[in-house]
Design a protein around this ligand. Structure first.
Ligand code: NI
Length: 291
């Protein structure tokens, strides 16, 4: 049986994958030239789901779900306005229908508005027609009332299957936005805990989950926002944060010094095998968090 050094196989893999799984002879014929350049990683598929972003700079996104609320959202909007902070509101369609003027105000004041379904069900176990209805009605009422078509959505409870994410992206162009900082504000209803949780867990690239339907959450905001500002964080909308997202740096290629014919040490062979495995994988999908 023809035995190729593992390193040769590693170097030749992209061309082997690109063509039919064909004749290995060319690999054998011109090993030195082929082996030298690092194999290019396959182009990553478009990232649909974001729990946080990988950014150069102290950028974060505050997100407020489940509104608009008749009194709490306007209170919050003033706090944001006073500080020049832009946030993202994942709104519930039936609340937009109830408070269209507040939805308009959200957009007019420069915030982003995203789709959080029509009536806040758990979408992952629903039939496609019902999920479509939940998202389409909300998409349409947002567009009708604010003049802006949302480009981001957040599934209630974070419950959305991989297939549903791909479908929502294909249908509406949505990025599916989860979170890495969960204030649990809806649960404890404590301004102090909302503030502490946010300040402890927020890092550059964080997406922070709050709910602007609770007075206790809005009560927490002046101090929370001021302390985040004092730490040097810069507030952007989720879409802006996603635009700043950069892919993780590529894996280091196999060592360039090696000649093509040199056998790999066991350790190097293990590294190459790990890299191949990783190249073959699509980027891991973020698991939805339960709350
Ligand atoms: Ni929600």
């Amino acid at each position: 049986m023809l035995r190729l050094p593992a390193f040769l196989l590693f170097a030749a893999l992209p061309s082997l994958l690109a063509q039919a799984p064909a004749d290995p002879a060319p690999v054998k014929a011109e090993p030195a030239a082929k082996a030298e350049p690092a194999p290019e990683a396959p182009k990553a598929p478009t990232q649909v789901t974001f729990t946080r972003c990988n950014v150069d700079g102290p950028y974060i996104a505050m997100t407020f779900d489940d509104g608009p609320h008749g009194t709490q959202t306007p209170r919050l909007l003033k706090m944001l306005r006073d500080r020049g902070i832009k946030a993202t509101f994942f709104v519930v369609g039936q609340c937009v229908a109830e408070y269209p003027e507040i939805a308009k105000q959200i957009v007019k004041e420069g915030h982003e508005i995203g789709n959080h379904s029509w009536s806040h069900p758990s979408l992952s176990t629903m039939a496609t027609d019902n999920v479509r209805d939940q998202l389409e009605r909300t998409h349409n009422v947002i567009k009708q009332e604010t003049g802006v078509a949302p480009t981001v959505m957040r599934p209630p409870y974070g419950n959305f299957t991989t297939q549903q994410r791909a479908w929502a992206h294909a249908t509406w162009g949505y990025s599916v936005v989860l979170w890495d900082v969960d204030t649990l504000d809806w649960k404890h209803r404590s301004p102090a805990k909302t503030e502490a949780t946010t300040l402890t867990n927020t890092h550059a690239g964080s997406i922070i989950l709050c709910h602007d339907i609770h007075s206790t959450t809005v009560d927490a905001m002046p101090a929370t926002l001021d302390k985040l500002l004092a730490k040097g964080f810069k507030f952007v909308t989720v879409s802006e944060l996603i635009k700043l997202n950069r892919e993780a740096p590529p894996k280091p290629a196999a060592p360039a010094k090696k000649t093509a014919t040199a056998p790999l040490t066991a350790k190097e062979a293990a590294t190459a095998a790990t890299s191949l495995d990783e190249l073959a994988k699509t980027p891991p999908k973020a698991a939805p968090k339960k709350k």
